[in-house]
Design a protein around this ligand. Structure first.
Ligand code: PXP
Length: 252
């Protein structure tokens, strides 16, 4: 089965636009759980532009499933994660000016540093995922750090301007997922996934066991409500996973 983890950052983005209390990302997270999400993701950014420290603390208290905290590998964030103990930490690069996370982490540039951060988090029983571009160099470096998992950056796949380029990106993701799995890394995928592009990804790449999706679900929720938006995504994921299963049975 492929797990859907729902990112609630952009519920908080809307709340922060007025600086008040609604809409509440906690409520969205609980509704996502009830609808069948296997986990909740939030990104506590250095500039606190959407998710706030309190959101993470409350999520930690109330979630029945699991919490994945996306964060930069800074000492402030490592201390925070050590205190809060999310089930998973996904290390991401962070630039103040960016609209959203724009590229994967350059683990290969400083494997020693990331190995230390991974170890610190694992020492307090947090699973560690590294958000990386689907390239062999980064996958090898991620494996070297001892991380539990990689999240492959699907942005270029989601933004590909033509079918041909999308196929190329899918191929790159497929090769990368297979390589990561061969190095005993669990494989997740995320960024820019939506109701149109998630199916092909899941059907094509058997190693992906988890997808992390935020913006498209929150956007759809504005019109159909959060539970329905999550259910619709889950239906697509389940259908794609089923086809994947049959495709492999038939090729045996
Ligand atoms: N995974 C990571 C590492 C991210 O930074 C984001 C964006 O916050 C997502 C997944 C979700 O991306 P989107 O909001 O485009 O679904």
């Amino acid at each position: 089965m492929v797990e859907l983890w729902v990112n609630v950052d952009h519920v908080a983005t809307l709340r922060q636009a007025r600086g008040g209390t609604e809409p509440d990302p906690i409520l969205a997270a609980l509704q996502a759980e009830i609808a069948g999400a296997k986990g909740i993701v939030c990104h506590l950014r250095e500039d606190r532009r959407h998710i706030q420290d309190r959101d993470v603390r409350v999520l930690r208290q109330v979630l029945q499933t699991r919490l994945n905290l996306e964060m930069a590998a800074t000492s402030e964030m490592i201390n925070f994660a050590t205190e809060i103990r999310p089930d998973v930490v996904t290390l991401v690069p962070e630039r103040r000016q960016e609209r959203t996370t724009e590229s994967g982490l350059d683990v290969a540039a400083d494997t020693g540093f990331f190995s230390e951060v991974v170890q610190m988090l694992q020492d307090v029983n947090i699973r560690v995922s590294l958000f990386i571009d689907p390239v062999p160099e980064q996958i090898e470096a991620a494996a070297e750090t001892g991380a539990d998992m990689v999240e492959l950056h699907t942005g270029p796949y989601a933004d590909a301007p033509s079918i041909e380029q999308q196929q190329e990106e899918l191929h790159r993701l497929h090769e990368s997922a297979a390589y990561a799995a061969s190095l005993l890394l669990d494989v997740a995928a995320g960024h820019g996934l939506n109701y149109d592009n998630v199916s092909a990804l899941i059907r094509t790449i058997p190693q992906v066991h988890e997808v992390s999706i935020g913006h498209s679900i929150v956007s759809r929720a504005v019109f159909v409500g959060f539970p329905k938006a999550v259910q619709e995504m889950l239906d697509i994921i389940r259908d794609a996973a089923l086809h994947r299963h049959f495709a492999f049975r038939n090729s045996e």
